[in-house]
Ligand binder design. Structure first.
Ligand code: KG4
Ligand code: ZN
Length: 347
C-alpha cells in the first residue's frame, strides 16, 4: 500500500511516500530553522506562513522523487495534531483538497504516536519482532512512554509532569548562550566535558512509577549559572555533560523500570528528536542488558512525513479512524479523541 504523508505541525514542512509502513520511497523535509533561529524558538505565525509557501512544492517533490504518480497512491495521511494550530491547518487543508480532488481516502494522524514508526522506517523488522513493545517519544514537546500491543494501541504509562526532555535541552542551551535547537549544541559541547565534575539532582529516582520531571533540572542549572556567571569553556562543557547525563539517565531509569513492569515487551523503541543523541543510545543499550533496543536512523529522529505515512498505513489498515474521516468533515484538533490527552486528564 502506497501512502503519501504530509506533516506541518511545527517548523518542518514535510511530504513523503512510503510503502507498507517501512519502505521510504521519498522523504522531503523543508526545515524552517533559519527563519526561527534568530528568535531563539519557533514563532507560530512565521511557521504557518512558511508552510503555506512551500507545501505544494514539497508534495510535488516527494511524488517526483518516489517515481510514484498521484493516481498510484492508496491514501493520504496528514498530521492532525498535536501542534501549532496555524501550522496544522496548512497541512490539513492542503491534504483535504488533494484527497477530494484525487478521490483518495484521507487519514488523520497523531504526530506523537507517529514518531514511534519513525524508528522502524527503512528497516526490515516484522511487526511480530517488535510488538508488544515499550516505546518512548522524546521530543521538544513530549516525553511519553507507551506500552504498545500493536502499532495502533498506545497505552500511556509514563510522561513528564512539566517540561519535555528536548525542551529542557533547549532551555539550558539558551541559558548557556547557545543557539536553538539546544540538543545538538549541548551534545557537542558535552563531548569535551566531564559529567562527574558537577553534582546533579537525580530526578524522580525514588519514585516507583514511570512519571518524569525536567523543570527541577533546569532550575538547578539556572542556580549553577547564578553562582558561576562567567564559566570558562571547560566549565561550560562540564555543565553540559552533567546536565545531559542526568537528563538522559532519568529516561534510562524509567525505561528500565518499564521493561520490568512489562516483561512481555519484545523491544524498547525510542523516537523523537532526542533519540538523535548518541549518549542516550549508549546509556540505554548498557542498561537494557540484552533487551532489543531500536533507535531511528538519524534522518528520521526529527519531524518528517515518512513517519506520518507509516502510522497512517496502520490506522487505515486497522480502521483506527474517526467515523467521519471520509467526508472530510473534521478539522485540526477537533473531533478526534487524542488518547494521550484523555488518559492524562483522567489520571
Ligand atoms: O521530534 P523533534 O524534531 O520535534 C518535536 O519537538 O516534535 O524534537 C526536537 C527536540 C528539540 O528540543 C531538540 O533540542 C531535541 O529534540 N534534540 C536533541 C538532540 N537533537 C535534537 N536533544 C538532545 N540531543 C540531541 N542530539
Ligand atoms: Zn515531532
Amino acid at each position: 500500500m502506497l501512502i503519501l504523508g504530509i506533516e506541518s505541525s511545527c517548523d518542518e514542512t514535510a511530504a513523503a511516500v512510503v510503502e507498507d509502513a517501512r519502505l521510504v520511497k521519498s522523504s522531503v523535509v523543508a526545515s524552517q530553522l533559519l527563519s526561527h533561529e534568530k528568535f531563539g524558538g519557533v514563532i507560530p505565525e512565521i511557521a504557518a506562513r512558511e508552510h503555506l509557501r512551500v507545501i505544494s512544492a514539497s508534495v510535488e517533490q516527494a511524488l517526483q522523487d518516489s517515481g510514484v504518480g498521484f493516481d498510484d497512491l492508496d491514501a493520504i495521511a496528514v498530521t492532525q495534531g498535536p501542534g501549532l494550530i496555524g501550522a496544522l491547518l496548512v497541512g490539513v487543508n492542503y491534504a483535504k483538497g488533494l484527497s477530494f480532488s484525487l478521490g483518495k481516502p484521507l487519514i488523520p494522524v497523531n504526530h506523537v504516536h507517529a514518531h514511534v514508526q519513525g524508528a522502524l522506517l527503512d528497516t526490515s523488522y516484522r511487526d511480530e519482532e517488535i510488538y508488544p513493545c515499550i516505546a518512548a517519544v522524546v521530543s521538544g514537546g513530549h516525553t511519553n512512554i507507551y506500552f504498545m500491543e500493536s502499532p495502533v494501541h498506545f497505552k500511556l504509562i509514563g510522561y513528564t509532569t512539566d517540561d519535555a526532555c528536548g525542551e529542557s535541552f533547549d532551555k539550558v542551551a539558551k541559558l548557556l548562550g547557545m543557539n536553538y535547537p539546544g540538543g545538538p549544541a549541548i551534545e557537542a559541547l558535552a563531548q569535551t566535558g566531564d559529567p562527574v565534575q558537577i553534582k546533579m539532582p537525580k530526578m524522580m529516582a525514588s519514585s516507583k512509577d514511570l512519571m518524569m520531571s525536567y523543570s527541577g533540572l533546569k532550575t538547578h542549572m539556572v542556580n549553577l549559572v547564578r553562582q558561576l556567571p562567567n564559566p570558562s569553556q571547560q566549565q561550560k562543557s562540564d555543565m553540559c555533560a552533567a546536565f545531559q547525563r542526568e537528563a538522559l539517565s532519568q529516561l534510562v531509569r524509567k525505561l528500565s523500570l518499564a521493561s520490568t513492569l512489562y516483561p512481555e515487551a519484545k523491544s524498547v523503541v525510542i523516537a523523537g528528536g532526542v533519540s538523535a543523541n548518541k549518549v542516550f543510545k549508549q546509556l540505554l543499550s548498557e542498561a537494557m542488558n540484552g533487551q532489543q533496543v531500536v533507535f531511528p536512523q538519524l534522518k528520521y529522529c526529527s519531524d518528517n512525513a515518512a513517519m506520518i505515512a507509516a502510522q497512517g498505513y496502520y490506522d487505515f489498515k486497522n480502521q483506527n479512524l474517526p467515523q467521519n474521516y471520509q467526508n472530510l468533515d473534521w478539522e485540526a484538533y477537533a473531533q478526534y479523541p487524542f488518547q494521550d490527552f484523555i488518559q492524562k486528564s483522567q489520571s
